[in-house]
Every structure is written in C-alpha cells, then in structure tokens.
Design a protein around this ligand. Structure first.
Ligand code: HSE
Length: 295
C-alpha cells in the first residue's frame, strides 16, 4: 500500500453541441487530491470550489469513488485522510462530478500501487456517473467520443486540432444536471435527429483537422433549446456569440457557455471568464511510495 498519493484530474465539457452524451473535451483546469492511508477513520479537507457545500464524511463523492475503486481492485484500506483542492466550479457543466469520480478511482489505483487501467477506470466511472461523456474525457484527456455498450462505458480518444483552446463563460448560479435532463423530450423528430447526426460527424472532422468548420459543426437540435427555460441568459449569450461567428455551445448540461476557440468577447457582469487550452493526458496519479507517475 502506498504511503500517499496525489491525483490531478481535468475539467471537462460534454456534448459540444451535437454530440449529446457522447462527446467530451478535457481542458487545462484541474482538481487535485491527496490521499494518505491510515489504520482507521476518515478525514476530509476541502478547499476551493464547493468547499462550503460538500459533505466531509463517507458520502463525499471522492470518498465514495475511492471506496468503489478499492473494491473493484479487491483491496481495502482501514481509513484515510483526503485533501481536495477544487478548482472546477460545481454545477456549471464543467465536469466537477466526473472529476471527483475519476480522481477518486485513480487514487484507489495509486493507493494499491496498481498502474492505471484506463478502460477499467472508465467502466467504473460510467457506472457511478450514469453517463460516459465527461468521465471519458477526464480519463483520457483530449477529445473523446464515448458510448455505452450493453451497459458498459467505452470511449475512443482523438487528438484535437493543434492550438485549439476554449473560452468559457461561467455564470454565478449553478444548474443541476438532473433538472437539465428533466427538460428533454421523450422523442424528437427524424429531421432533428438526422441533422444532429450529420453535424456530430462533421464536428469530429472540425475538432481534429478542420477548425474552420467549428461554427456550423456545433449546431444542435436535440438538447440546448429544450433546456433554455432553465438557463435563458446562457442561450442568449450563445446566440450573440454565434451571430458573431464564434462556435459557442452549452457546456455539458450548462449553464456555462463554451466557445471552441479564442473568443474576443469579455464575460457579462457577474460571469467568470475562463480561457484554457486542451488537457492532453487526462487523469494523472503520483505515488509517494515509489515515486512513480501513472497516466
Ligand atoms: N451529456 C450530459 C447532459 C452531460 O447534457 O445531460 C451532463 O454532465
């Protein structure tokens, strides 16, 4: 058993317009965890985003993910001290829960000295998260296409176009994914489904080799407008940015607005601006016992 592990896990944006529940992009904004095992008991220290809201007991999402990860590896620890440095805002569509889950599972690998098995980490993370898009990008980094095969989360990773960066507009109020998912219709028209399928395929090309096509490739008809009642300001900002030629989308379930590229527009009053590059590697683990890094 390692004496201490440190984990770094990226923020992620899902959907990216037409790729609902499938596309993910990892960005250079990171949560960090330190886990030190001990004989018994649990302590949870949290600084940064969500520090005043998250529990400090076994129900903490990272703690649950560490426990699930250890169980999947056939291991257990009596107790541990967990320290979370949170930089990913909560409830904004930037993958904070995916980061907690993937980070916790990766910590379990580190604690047991097991090299990360990305396929297995994604499988378990998808089980805990309930959909694979954010967790896939948090596991692999870069641009990911995820799907569920017989209940099992799977993903492929593609290399985003060189020099791609993102601009995020992060509102001050959160929106729960559950509420945002509740606004979606049970069925959609064939015309909308086929338009999205075409744009999703085009977005793969745009994101990897043809960034000049990002504006048209990020058009969506399956989720963004349905969710507008829960985040009208986000949709208004998207319309403004798109009219200005920017490939603006709802990040995940929102309400953050993400531009794929470097937007020139400052954030509206009360919103935070986030400019970052693409994270290339996904979750990383450092173990103090053997000084190894596992990516
Ligand atoms: N694909 C998911 C959604 C992402 O839009 O509901 C939420 O984390």
């Amino acid at each position: 058993m390692s004496s201490a592990v440190r984990v770094r896990v990226p923020a992620t944006s899902a959907n990216l317009g037409p790729g609902f529940d499938a596309f993910g992009l990892a960005v250079e904004l990171y949560d960090e965890l330190t886990v030190v095992p001990r004989d018994s008991g649990l302590s949870v220290e949290v600084t940064g985003e969500g520090a005043d809201a998250v529990p400090r007991d076994e129900s903490h999402l990272v703690v649950r993910a560490i426990r699930a990860g250890l169980k999947s590896l056939g291991a257990s620890v009596g107790g541990f001290d967990l320290h979370c440095v949170n930089r990913i805002p909560h409830g904004r569509g930037l993958g904070s829960s995916a980061a907690a889950i993937v980070g916790g599972i990766a910590a379990a690998y580190g604690l047991t000295g097991t090299p990360l098995d990305h396929v297995k980490v994604l499988e378990l993370a998808n089980e805990l998260e309930g959909h694979p898009d954010n967790v896939a990008a948090a596991v692999y980094g870069g641009f990911t296409i995820a799907w569920v095969d017989g209940g099992t989360g799977r993903a492929v990773r593609l290399e985003p176009a060189e020099g791609l960066s993102v601009t995020g507009y992060v509102p001050s109020t959160p929106l729960s994914t559950e509420v945002a998912r509740g606004l979606l219709p049970a069925s959609v028209s064939h015309a909308d489904a086929s338009a999205n399928a075409g744009k999703a395929a085009l977005l793969v090309a745009a994101l990897t080799t043809r960034p000049e096509l990002l504006l048209t490739a990020t058009e969506d008809r399956l989720h963004q407008e349905y969710r507008a009642p829960a985040m009208p300001e986000s949709l208004a900002l998207i319309r403004k940015l798109r009219a200005n030629g920017q490939a603006a989308i709802v990040s995940g379930a929102g309400p953050t607005v993400l531009v794929l590229g470097d937007s020139g527009l400052e954030a509206p009053d009360g919103w935070n601006l986030l400019r970052c590059g693409i994270d290339p590697v996904g979750v990383q683990v450092w173990s103090s016992a053997d000084s190894t890094t596992s990516e």
